[in-house]
Design a protein around this ligand. Structure first.
Ligand code: FAD
Ligand code: FES
Length: 349
């Protein structure tokens, strides 16, 4: 039995050597191949690929990410595919890919400010390992001093040399607790990236829906600001879902942007307000659903959607958008799975 098999990726010129037991996505990313992906745990469908030749074991995954019909049609998820022969594979190309080199950088904490009772903004300047080139909406693997790596999305635009992250304190969470409670200016942080395929499609001309839940506003901020920076002339509908009034952040920032950028509409939505409120309430996709009539026929079909935040919110919003008629390849979703959720396989398809 050989120790490794060649993996041929249609979009990459050189075959890769797959190690036994590693998924195709792990091998590709380790080799610096910009393989499209999101959750790396069989939940989002961003790494959906066509298996052209060879044999793989397909690990458990959700039916949302890959349906039984798609599997029967020869599609697989690269993040759940472990080859056991030489394989040839192609990611589903929508004609637009980003291929930024993956950098491993040492950064210095330049700022750490509370944004809400449980979200902290962390600003990092790159000391070595750059230049860091990414597309708005992507994320990095961040290691705070002495702690395991975790994924955090860049909230700044790609032309900003200072990286901005919004870390929500997860009770009992190793990295977010440290980042929220202890991290201080001057400390060194390891940042590897960029990763993720829920990046702003800059050639898109139709409307853009941005649905963020909690700290999911980080990549959405980058996307909205980058769209404005490049002179995107269409409509941007930004919905930010949070539990209560105390969870809203960057309201002044987005209200000011909406006041100057024609076509940008910013709507905070409270799911569990503690007091009577004049704000929108419910789930973010329910707010969008209520507004869609006003947007008119065909609007969803012409639009693109970017979703980021807690997995249940992202999955519910993506499911609704698809049911309502938005083509799946126009729904770009980044669900913030924890490492425990990644290593616990999703419900088998
Ligand atoms: C693509 C992506 C982008 C992300 N972007 C952001 C972002 O911009 N901002 C942000 O705040 N977060 C983001 N996240 C989430 C982030 O990566 C971390 O998962 C989060 O900060 C928690 O990490 P932690 O180390 O604090 O928690 P962990 O130590 O990983 O623990 C998380 C939770 O799981 C529980 N837990 C730990 N181990 C187990 C176990 N074995 N079994 C069951 N439960 C367990 C803990 O008690 C805790 O409640 C993103 C995630 C992804 C996938
Ligand atoms: S399903 Fe493979 S990266 Fe999300």
């Amino acid at each position: 039995m050989p120790e490794s098999f060649p993996i041929r990726i249609r979009q990459h010129p050189v075959p890769l050597a797959a190690e036994m037991g590693r998924t195709i996505l792990e091998t590709a990313l380790a080799a610096g191949v910009p393989y499209p992906h999101g959750c790396r745990s069989g939940n989002c469908g961003a790494c959906k690929s066509r298996l052209i030749a060879g044999e793989i074991d397909l690990l458990p995954h959700s039916e949302y990410a890959l349906t039984p019909d798609e599997r029967a049609d020869g599609l697989v998820l690269a993040c759940r595919s472990v080859p056991w022969s030489a394989v040839e594979i192609a990611w589903l190309d929508e004609g637009e890919t980003v291929s930024h080199p993956i950098r491993i950088m040492t950064c210095r904490v330049a700022g750490a400010e509370r944004m809400t009772h449980d979200i902290r903004q962390i600003r990092l300047e790159v000391l070595s390992g750059g230049p860091y080139v990414f597309s708005a909406g992507q994320y990095a693997r961040v290691a705070f001093p002495g702690l395991p790596v975790r994924d955090y999305s860049m909230a700044n635009t790609p032309d900003d040399p200072v990286l901005e992250f919004h870390v929500r304190h997860v009770p009992g969470g190793v990295s977010s607790s440290y980042a929220f409670e202890s991290l201080s200016v001057g400390e060194e942080v390891r940042v590897e990236g960029p990763f993720g395929s829920s990046w702003l499609r800059e050639n898109h001309e139709g409307p853009i829906f941005c649905l963020a839940g909690g700290s999911g506003l980080a990549p959405i901020k980058s996307i909205v600001e980058q769209a404005i920076t490049i002179g995107f002339g269409g409509e941007i509908r930004l919905y930010h879902g949070v539990r209560g009034e105390e969870d809203i952040f960057l309201e002044d920032h987005f209200s000011a942007l909406a006041a100057t950028k024609a076509g940008l509409r910013y709507t905070p939505v409270l799911s569990e307000p503690r007091n009577p409120t004049s704000r929108r309430t419910g789930f973010v996709h329910d707010a969008l659903r209520a507004d869609i009539r006003e947007y008119g026929d065909g609007y969803l079909q012409r639009a693109r959607a970017y979703l980021a935040g807690p997995p249940p919110m992202v999955e519910a919003a993506a499911g609704w958008l698809e049911t309502a008629g938005m083509p799946p390849d126009r729904i770009h979703a980044d669900a913030f799975y924890t490492e425990a959720e990644r290593t616990t396989p999703a419900a088998p398809a």
